[in-house]
Ligand binder design. Structure first.
Ligand code: 4NP
Length: 150
């Protein structure tokens, strides 16, 4: 199983999702690949946001080996599942898809916990207090991911 987490900047939400899922995968000894990317290019090469690093650290997860990169069309070939954080990310990724096979790989991460509700993970970039809530949402979704597919 190869999973790519996608948000807008690849500095707040998707690095957290990557770190949380990697942590669970490692604990369970699953042979999965987990990565993350952003639909935008502005933060390429940067560390995750310090607030994402801090909340992850409180739960024993280290994000400091991650560097932001932009989503690219060959990610459709390299990954089995592309989990997007919000509906705008979903539209942006689907615009780059070239086939139904590629489109079928894309889904909202919160569909794992709230199927069919089209829920988005709120962007915490302008909200210092939002990171804990985002962590909890992503942790629950990643728990479903490993229990359903693992
Ligand atoms: P992310 O959050 O998509 O969760 O990484 C954002 C990070 C940066 C910006 C927007 C959202 N930005 O506008 O620079």
């Amino acid at each position: 199983m190869k999973i790519l987490m996608v948000c807008l900047g690849n500095i707040c939400r998707s690095p957290l999702a990557e770190g949380i899922l990697k942590h669970k995968v490692q604990q369970l000894g699953l042979p999965w690949t987990v990565d993350s990317a952003g639909t935008g290019h502005w933060h390429t090469g940067e560390l995750p946001d310090r607030r994402s690093i801090a909340v992850a650290r409180r739960y024993g997860i280290d994000l400091t080996d991650q560097r932001a990169r932009q989503f690219r069309p060959d990610d459709f070939e390299r990954f089995d599942r592309i989990l997007v954080m919000d509906t705008q990310n979903c539209r942006d990724v689907l615009r780059l898809a070239q086939s139904d096979e590629h489109r079928a790989k894309v889904g909202l991460i919160l569909d794992l916990t709230h199927p069919g509700e089209e829920r988005s993970v709120p962007d915490p970039y302008y909200d210092d207090d939002g990171f804990e809530q985002v962590f909890q949402m992503l942790d629950t979704a990643c728990e479903v991911m490993v229990s359903v597919t693992g």
